[in-house]
Design a protein around this ligand. Structure first.
Ligand SMILES: NC(=O)c1ccc[n+]([C@@H]2O[C@H](COP(=O)([O-])OP(=O)(O)OC[C@H]3O[C@@H](n4cnc5c(N)ncnc54)[C@H](O)[C@@H]3O)[C@@H](O)[C@H]2O)c1
Ligand SMILES: [Zn+2]
Length: 365
């Protein structure tokens, strides 16, 4: 078992990674809830055995619990679903010493975390991430939220969990495409600030896809340690934490204009990071050779590196400038300087952005 301590301005907790981790979850929950109950929000798509494993661990520790199985869909990450979950807690006499356990990917984590942060003004929240993306990304930082009228994660809060419990075995049932999406964030971490992590990730893709638990444990461990360090240094996204947005400002514009939702988030981040790298390479602040290495890394991890021709560069640029991360009217963009370092720029012109998008649409150098 491996453990990473996350220290944030509003709380600290451990991320525990390894097989058989649910016993630890159950014993930690039993301490938190005293004589009260735990409320498990579980993803409907999880294999029945995984849910039973968590249930038997809770039973073994004598934790009384209720379970609510819901569909993890971005369309259901709404205030209406939030209200339903709160009503479920109310009907089952949840109290201050009750706890919420999120059992699923980032969608389940975000919505149940938001419930835990507000009902009744906050109860302990335990996270059991079951996708690679939610293990390496959503389990660090304490962001919980729901969507509103097409605006993603617009209503929410910063609420640290009491603990995170990631079992590499739970990833065995995950689609290959979802594993790739988690790897997109891992490759992004390497580009932002850890060349060794980048090389190690790219060199062990077969182990991850093959479901090697030791390698998956190490992958989650290295990435949460990386993100925890950044979040610990800067809670508010003003400086180093903004680095984590590499590829995301381009990526969000792509996701917004992908009306048929053909791309997953990690896929948009892959293409978005390549657009950022291309912009930097054209400026001469990133070596051309690094752009090629970055492209091969994402594509080797099963991620798309080009957009379909249906996308239009000027609409993408317009959408990008609407992004909420644009501070003081100037768009802040994270550009790689090497594989292992980035810079925050607010001087990218519309023409540069358009060229970068044109590159990922047409592949023109
Ligand atoms: N809070 C944060 O810091 C943070 C960070 C990144 C992403 N997010 C949010 O997370 C969401 C995306 O998370 P995600 O990629 O985990 O998506 P997700 O929760 O939708 O899960 C992806 C798919 O995998 C299925 N699934 C989950 N675990 C499984 C398993 N073990 N076996 C088989 N299928 C399984 C789900 O049912 C779903 O269909 C977005 O809403 C995003 O906004 C939050
Ligand atoms: Zn992301």
């Amino acid at each position: 078992m491996k453990k990473v301590r996350v220290t944030a301005w509003n709380g600290s907790y451990d991320i525990n990674i390894g097989d058989g981790i649910y016993k630890l979850l159950a014993s930690d929950v039993s301490v938190a809830v005293h004589n009260s109950s735990a409320f498990v929000v579980a993803d409907r798509n999880l294999p029945a055995e995984l849910v039973s494993e968590v249930r038997s661990a809770l039973e073994g520790a004598g934790v009384e619990h209720h379970i609510n199985t819901i569909s993890a869909s971005e369309k259901l990450k709404t205030l209406a679903s939030y209200e339903e979950l709160c009503a479920w807690l109310l009907e089952n006499d949840a109290e201050r010493t009750s706890a919420v356990i999120a059992l699923g990917g980032g969608i389940i984590g975000d919505i149940s975390g938001f419930v835990a942060s507000t009902f009744p003004r906050g109860i302990p929240f335990f996270q059991v991430p079951t996708t690679l993306l939610s293990m390496v990304d959503a389990s660090v930082g304490g962001k919980v939220a729901v969507n509103l009228r097409g605006a993603k994660n617009i209503v929410g809060s910063f609420y640290q969990p009491s603990g995170v419990y990631a079992s590499p075995q739970s990833l065995h049932s995950l689609d290959r495409r979802q594993v790739s999406c988690g790897l997109a964030e891992c490759i992004k971490h390497g580009i932002i600030g850890d060349r060794a992590l980048f090389d190690w990730t790219v060199g062990n893709l077969e182990k991850f896809f093959g479901g090697d638990d030791d390698y998956l444990t190490e992958l989650v461990y290295r990435n949460v340690a990386f993100k925890a360090k950044i979040v610990g240094e800067d809670a508010t996204e003003l400086s180093v934490r903004a680095w984590l947005n590499l590829g995301h400002t381009f990526g969000h514009a792509i996701e917004k204009l992908d009306v048929d939702k053909t791309l997953f988030h990690g896929e948009a981040v892959s293409i978005g990071t390549i657009a950022a790298a291309k912009l930097a390479a054209t400026r001469g602040t990133l070596p051309e050779a690094s752009l090629s290495i970055i492209e091969s890394a994402f594509s080797g991890a099963g991620l798309p590196i080009r957009l379909s021709a249906g996308f239009d560069t000027s609409s993408l640029v317009r959408e990008m400038k609407r992004d909420k991360k644009s501070a003081h009217k100037k768009l802040r963009i994270i550009l790689p300087r090497s594989i292992g370092s980035v810079e925050i720029r607010d001087d990218c012109s519309d023409a540069e952005l358009a060229d970068a998008f044109a590159y990922v649409i047409h592949g023109v150098r």
